[in-house]
Design a protein around this ligand. Sequence first.
Ligand code: NAD
Length: 454
Amino acid sequence: MASYSEIITSMRTVFHTGKTKTYQWRKQQLNSLVRFLDENKDKLSEALNKDLKKPKMESIVFEIDYCKNDLVETLNNLDEWMKPEKVKKGLMNMMDKAYIKREPFGVALIIGAWNYPIQITLLPLVGALAAGNCAIVKPSEVAPATAAVLGDLLPKYMDNECIKVINGGVTETTALLAERFDYIFYTGSTTVGRIVMQAATKYLTPVCLELGGKSPVFVDRNCDLGAVANRILWGKTCNSGQICIAPDYVMCQKDVQDELVTKLKESIAMFYPDGVEKSADYSRIVNERHFQRLKKLVDGSKNIAIRGPSDEKDNLMGPTVVTDVTPDDITMQDEIFGPILPIMPVKDARAAVDYINSREKPLAMYVFSNDKDTVANFADNTSSGSLCVNDVLMQAGLSTLPFGGVGNSGTGNYHGKFTFETFSHRRSVLQKELKMESVNSLRYPPFTDKKLNI
Ligand code: NAD
């Protein structure tokens, strides 16, 4: 097999032929990706089930069809997105052409994470191809069955001169990051995000970093807590809470906490009437290492109001709620990324805003309230990648909203047209005619007083 350096050099040579820049090539590759998803739906669902015991419905809705919808939107709009964008002109440029030309960067590296191993790997690829780039895709080794399907089958559909899947773990990713790319799109933890950004500095490669963090929830006292409990529980149990924008912890007043726990118990009973152990709708923790990490959080917590069933042999951890949490507690240190929900009582909404502002900027923020001033307080006085009011996760389903973090939770964004924009360089073009030299002479030396007065 060729070395990474040889692979990238050969891709760059093909890129410079202009092959990937044509509308036809882009469209063809995107259609091939649609065919890959359609013809391998079962294999992909099985792999996701093997890696995470992901329920078929979640595999279809949040992985396969999610990518397909994005592909359809891209295919329907690509010719429009590719058009040069005319810009406003001043008096000096009235006779000129001025526009923004969206150009591919060249050879892109896409590094995926394991929790949504298809969506997170293929969605950036859609934008990379739509924008006319070559791409190397590195799926996460932590979801090995899905990585194997991508590695084995994707090359059968795509133009292998321009698109490659390279499987591997830290060693392979480190080796890839030592090479020169024209764009790097990374999804994963903030810690590794720093490594990626550092590697990118060598060649000043532009990056998009889709990272994580602790996404807070505030629950106001004027809410229908039954509905709130259902929505929070859904966000915390979907993929067993292994979602970058999962509600990480709740802040509310003490009496609201007590009623919310009662409602959460009712929601759990409604979602999983025979228990999560017997439910086909409940995912597992991805591996033993992550299971042990989460177990430590439960073992280190004092007030466990709801203790979900746990089975080490099966990496099963049921929904678990910890109450009366304080900022020093173990569950409040790092992103939980699992089905554990700490509830931290706060005096009021203002205290919640202050707490959020004392931490790193989160990827998502959730506010449950019927009071518009309370909602405005969070919207205007905090920062996060996204804000969703009276629900969780749903902001990610709207492709007209950019998806991404801010500060510690990431830089750059994607989904829908934003992915195309992310993988495009916006080149400024000003095109003049070689006429009117008498007017132009005003800017040439010698700078006489007469020229200044005009
Ligand atoms: P992971 O272990 O799959 O790592 C992600 C990628 O980084 C993998 O491809 C892996 O090979 C590579 N990697 C790991 N260690 C590396 C190293 N030392 N050097 C170079 N490459 C390395 O996934 P993870 O990091 O456990 O993912 C979970 C995190 O990702 C959470 O923080 C979550 O919030 C975040 N996440 C963010 C998004 C988003 O869209 N913002 C989506 C999913 C997950």
